[in-house]
Design a protein around this ligand. Structure first.
Ligand code: TYD
Ligand code: MG
Length: 432
């Protein structure tokens, strides 16, 4: 429970509401101005924004502390400034010197990039009036406060009020504003979550510190689709975009080894091929362990139970480790088929055909269920040179021919077992 103090604001202190009510207009008569988007030139970032920054929009960038939000925004502002757009970066967290240090490190030296430090919104808006920038970034929303309410910076009330003031400002002036927000330990409280409904676009930074890859995912976008992710690599000189993410996650895939399976999963609706690895071995201590990284461990327990019940494969006394390579998280049921295959493959120590991908949900009865966007997944796999795909019969029936990709429909995990691990099956004789 968080106490939130409602402060009655003094009349006249508040900025006017965003829009005044317009006259009713016939929808067919509304004319469209040609769309103007500012492109940062960082392709992965522009893509997550839906093709560039829309004037007057407010974009929230959320993520864990230290994941690279400030770095990304500084790089984006730098690119814009190099194109002649004046940008203003407000930091309530770091001193100008600290920002300069980071800027030097990622070689940001643009003429048109201005930095202000401080935490008071009212003072900041005065500066904006003098400077008239083309783009503004506020780092971070949790450190900025407004005089009109008395609660502490970072509290729900402040965060919301500051954001709505900035939103009003963006809409009035047409200046796009980036807001950076930390996801704090408590999760949603006073973090980016309370702002999601307000802003136009929400981007989240994912990836853990141990891995180099960072994924920027658009969760909401009023000016574009939310199916986009941008993949970056954290270098000592800042974030570098990764053009072909599917291939990097498969780069170091071991060949001819058991327990490795590739699945096309959907990140938003962008397909991404990831490798699932599993290690199953008998437990030396009589207390079998189930460890999973990147996959919900309840899912693993469920699948292990299904394997035992439906095909009599007892993994109860085995240690089971499952990992999604590259620090990714996979939480769609479509990964089930891949997880099951990786576990069986490791248990039997029999590699799976390396040109094979698979996707499908495994039900408690051992049935394989269809998942959304099968065509999209298959196309991505084809692009990366895979030639066979296992999927549910249902999905198969709803798909047309997929060119060079050989599709094999499954009804149950018995089918999967037969196909992948029965010595007489067509798939066991192919090159591994
Ligand atoms: P930062 O952008 O400050 O994170 P946030 O604003 O999300 O809190 O990035 C901080 C981390 O990134 C820090 O641990 C150091 C690392 N980093 C690099 O590895 N290379 C770089 O060039 C920079 C600027 C940061
Ligand atoms: Mg920061």
């Amino acid at each position: 429970m968080v106490e939130e103090v409602e402060e009655p604001s003094e009349p006249g202190m508040k900025e006017p509401v965003f829009f005044s009510i317009s006259e009713p207009e016939n929808i067919s008569a509304i004319s469209l101005a040609p769309e103007m988007r500012l492109k940062t030139g960082i392709a992965e970032f522009d893509r997550t924004l839906g093709g560039g920054i829309v004037p007057g929009s407010m974009i929230l960038i959320g993520g864990d502390p230290g994941i690279g939000k400030s770095t990304l925004i500084l790089q984006a502002l730098d690119r814009l400034s190099c194109k002649g757009f004046c940008s203003l970066y407000l930091s309530g967290e770091e001193s100008a010197q600290q920002i300069k240090l980071r800027a030097d490190r990622i070689s940001v030296h643009s003429e048109n990039l201005y930095v202000v430090t401080g935490t008071c919104l009212e003072e900041f808006t005065k500066k904006i009036d003098n400077q008239r920038p083309d783009v503004i970034a506020v780092d971070s929303i949790q450190t900025i406060y407004t005089n009109t309410i008395a609660s502490a910076p970072g509290s729900v009330g402040q965060v919301r009020e500051v954001a709505s003031r900035l939103m009003g400002f963006a809409k009035k002036t047409g200046i796009p504003i980036f807001l950076i927000g930390h996801v704090n330990k408590e999760g949603a409280i006073a973090g980016p979550k309370v702002l999601e409904h307000m802003v136009d676009t929400v981007l989240y930074f994912e990836g853990d510190m141990g891995h180099l890859y960072r994924i920027v995912r658009s969760i909401k976008n009023r000016y574009g689709s939310t199916n986009e992710i941008g993949v970056f690599e954290m270098k000592d000189t800042g974030l570098r975009e990764v053009g072909n993410p599917s291939s990097i996650f498969l780069d170091e895939r071991p060949l001819n080894l058991s327990g490795s399976v590739v699945i096309p999963c959907l990140e938003g609706t962008r397909p991404l091929l990831v490798e699932i690895q599993s290690l199953v071995g008998s437990s030396p201590f009589g207390m079998p362990r189930r460890t999973s990284i990147g996959i919900d461990h309840n899912r693993i327990s469920l699948l292990v139970a299904v394997l035992a019940k439906r095909i009599g494969l007892e993994l109860g006394d085995q240690d089971i480790f499952v990992n999604v390579v590259g620090g990714l998280k996979v939480d769609e049921p479509a990964a089930d088929l891949g997880i099951v295959s990786a576990m069986i493959s490791s248990f039997l120590n029999r590699p799976v055909d390396r040109k094979l991908v698979m996707f499908g949900e495994v039900g408690l009865a051992g049935e394989i269920r269809g998942v959304s966007r099968a065509g999209l997944r298959i196309r991505e796999a084809k692009k990366l040179g895979f030639s066979r795909c296992l999927l549910s019969k249902n999905s198969l029936n709803s798909l047309g021919s997929q060119g060079k990709m050989e599709l094999l429909g499954l009804e149950s995990i018995q089918d999967l077992y037969e196909l992948l691990f029965n010595p007489d099956s067509i798939l066991t004789s192919v090159t591994r």
